[in-house]
Structure formats: structure tokens, C-alpha cells
Write a new protein. Sequence first.
Length: 152
Amino acid sequence: MKTVYILLFFLFISGCSSKNAFYNFDMDKHQQLSAQSFKRIKLTNGEEVIGTFSSIYLNEVYPDRYNNNEYFFVYVYLKDSTKKYNIKLNSNDSLKIKELYYDNRFSRLISERSKWNRYYLISYEKVEDLLNLQLFVDKSALASIKYQKNTQ
């Protein structure tokens, strides 16, 4: 009798396992992948928040389209908009950087669109394993977002 209860319990649990965390949301495959890849860092100076640094690793979201280099959709907000900044991958400069309008082709991947953010599509040379996306403000490293490449 105990065996029957155990089998019924496992059958019940396995029947629920076909749903993922996005089951109850109206999201397509790319939106789900971008939600998993999305990372944001609050930029601070002591206790004061001075901005945000956000990114999506596009190679994970659109592997058929973005695969010959490393591609990121990045957006930055700094309270002091006069500050100069640079975004590097593993301390290397980008191959190409394109500033995007706030309502752009990647807007459907994120839940926010703000005119005060600066949006970019950035490509870098191919990297083997760990991706360390760094924001430099006035030539000093201010923030870092790390991704582990999917090796499947």
C-alpha cells in the first residue's frame, strides 16, 4: 500500500513538471530567453544611486542570428548625463557599437522604454568562456556584469 502512495505521489509531481516559470505569462520564446539573460546593476556612489547598467546577451536570445561574435543589447542611465563612459568585454573595446532609439527592435524583449536611458547594440570579438561586460565611467571601472557562456 505504501508503494502505491509513493508511485501516485511521483506521478502527480511528474505531471506538473512540463510547465516552466513563464507558463502563466504571455511571452514568446525570445522574450523568455531575454528574461533569463537580463541583468541590471544599480550604480552607486556611496549611498547615492547615480544610475543603472543593464544588458541582455543576444547570443543566447537569438543564437541563429547573433553567433559570429559576442552581441549585447545594453542600456545605461546616468543621472549626470555629461559623464563619458565606455563599455568593454573582458577589458577589450567593442568591434562595433550602435546607439539605438529608445523604441527599437529589442524593445519587445524588455519591459521598459525610457527616453532617459541610452540604448546600444554592441558587438565584441568571440570569447571562449566567461563574459565580463564592464562599464567604465571617466576611465574608471564602475560596474561589471558577468555571463557564463552556454557550452551546449
